[in-house]
Design a protein around this ligand. Structure first.
Ligand SMILES: [Zn+2]
Ligand SMILES: [Zn+2]
Length: 407
């Protein structure tokens, strides 16, 4: 009797202990408000879904300062469709406190924290070397461990530089090749890093040109954090690389980008066949990206035109009774505060040459065509979009006008 009681008590204790341990050992899911005012929103194009993706983030598993769960919570609040976990493989300042021989741990923790949400978490790594290789992100990898070889690590795991120098011995092209063997999409990070290049100018190197020629390097960061590089943009166009814009977040999104004050992290808009990891990967390999950076949209004309087309609508154009002026409404379905420069001879009575259309809002515009027309031929330069360094896309519209006055 007594024995039986003790056994039962043991079972009860085990059950309680397991419940208690799962609370303590698991780190829980991140959760987020169902609808967040700070969510980044752009319309789908005629052909593709427009997905919001951040391909460069850090946590305490490399040199970031938050647990992966916080990255997931931020991604949900920012309305991201996907983000990549890209810890430095070789630069490990927290290794003494957070030893993790399996370099997939950060990704696994992130996936666990995203459980129950529809956020797509992408497995990646930042391959980190001294120049000329510098830093490269490999995303859509299978196993981060295969991208790292540390010959003889220092005895002291808090010797961050010693650890880096031991890992730096393995030729970076071999790490890229190992990523490529897993089907990774690889891009060149912040090629204008001011710590290395005081003039902040990105230049092609023999190392990167060889990787591009061999088909192992597919993109380049034109935007990283708060910085934009015209030279990186031109390199992307010259070498047919995907245009990449990322947060490279180490601290908190709220501290660096102030979303509650109207700011946002830099992201890629990726034009995908469907909302899956595979479709994002395919779109990246096909170079179908636009960068959303501050109030700027950066992309090839072929990608920007359909996005701007889906973002802007001109509606309700009609003559004012007994007058030869036209009122019309320009609608904006995107997060950008669109700045349009009038390229026609028409006068925009209330605006002069520049018209702003607020995000997810509209602007009423009055046009004096100079003669009575039944169709307005409008042409705008989109000032806050770039198709090449210092080049802005143009949008043309033929708008039928209602209530045309009798001659
Ligand atoms: Zn880096
Ligand atoms: Zn980084």
């Amino acid at each position: 009797m007594r024995l039986r009681f003790r056994r039962l008590a043991g079972i009860a204790l085990t059950g309680t202990l397991l419940g208690w341990m799962s609370v303590v050992l698991g780190h829980g899911t991140a959760g987020a408000p169902a609808k967040s005012a700070r969510a980044i929103e752009f319309p789908d194009t005629d052909q593709y879904q427009t997905l919001v993706v951040d391909l460069h983030t850090h946590s305490v598993f490399s040199d970031g300062h938050v647990w992966p769960k916080i990255r997931v919570g931020e991604a949900l609040r920012d309305g991201l469709d996907a983000y990549a976990v890209t810890e430095h493989l070789e630069w490990q300042p927290h290794l003494a406190d957070i030893p993790h021989p399996d370099r997939n741990r950060s990704y696994q923790e992130s996936v666990a924290a995203a459980a129950g949400s529809d956020l797509i978490v992408i497995s990646g790594s930042e391959i980190t070397r001294r120049e000329p290789a510098g830093h490269m992100n490999a995303v859509f990898i299978e196993d981060a461990n295969a991208l790292l070889k540390v010959g003889t690590p220092p005895e002291d795991s808090s010797d961050t530089i010693g650890h880096f120098l031991a890992a730096d011995q393995w030729p970076p092209e071999q790490a890229v090749m190992a990523a490529s063997a897993q089907g990774a999409f690889v891009f060149w990070n912040h090629p204008y890093y001011t710590r290395i290049y005081p003039n902040a100018v990105a230049r092609m190197t023999d190392f990167h040109r060889t990787l591009i020629d061999q088909g192992h390097l597919h993109g380049i960061e034109v935007v990283n954090g708060n910085t934009y590089s015209e030279e990186a943009f031109q390199i992307a166009l010259d070498y047919d690389l995907a245009l990449i814009g990322v947060s490279d977040i180490h601290d908190l999104i709220d501290w660096d980008y102030r979303p509650e004050a109207g700011g946002h992290r830099p992201v890629n808009l990726v034009f995908a066949e469907e909302r899956t990891a595979e479709a994002i990967q395919a779109a990246l390999f096909a170079r179908r990206t636009v960068i959303w950076f501050k109030n700027l949209l950066i992309g090839r004309a072929a990608d920007l035109a359909p996005l701007l087309d889906a973002s802007l609508d001109i509606v309700d154009a009609r003559y004012r009774p007994d007058l030869e002026i036209v009122d019309l409404t320009i609608e904006n379905h995107s997060d950008a505060n669109l700045v349009l420069k009038n390229l026609t001879d028409y006068t925009f009575v209330g605006h002069a040459d520049y018209i702003q259309v607020p995000p997810h809002g509209m602007t009423r515009v009055t046009v004096r065509p100079g003669k009575v027309v039944d169709t307005l031929e409008l042409e705008f330069e989109v000032v806050n979009a770039l198709t090449a360094p210092k080049q802005h896309p143009r949008m043309r519209y033929s708008i039928p006008v209602a209530d045309v006055p009798e001659p």
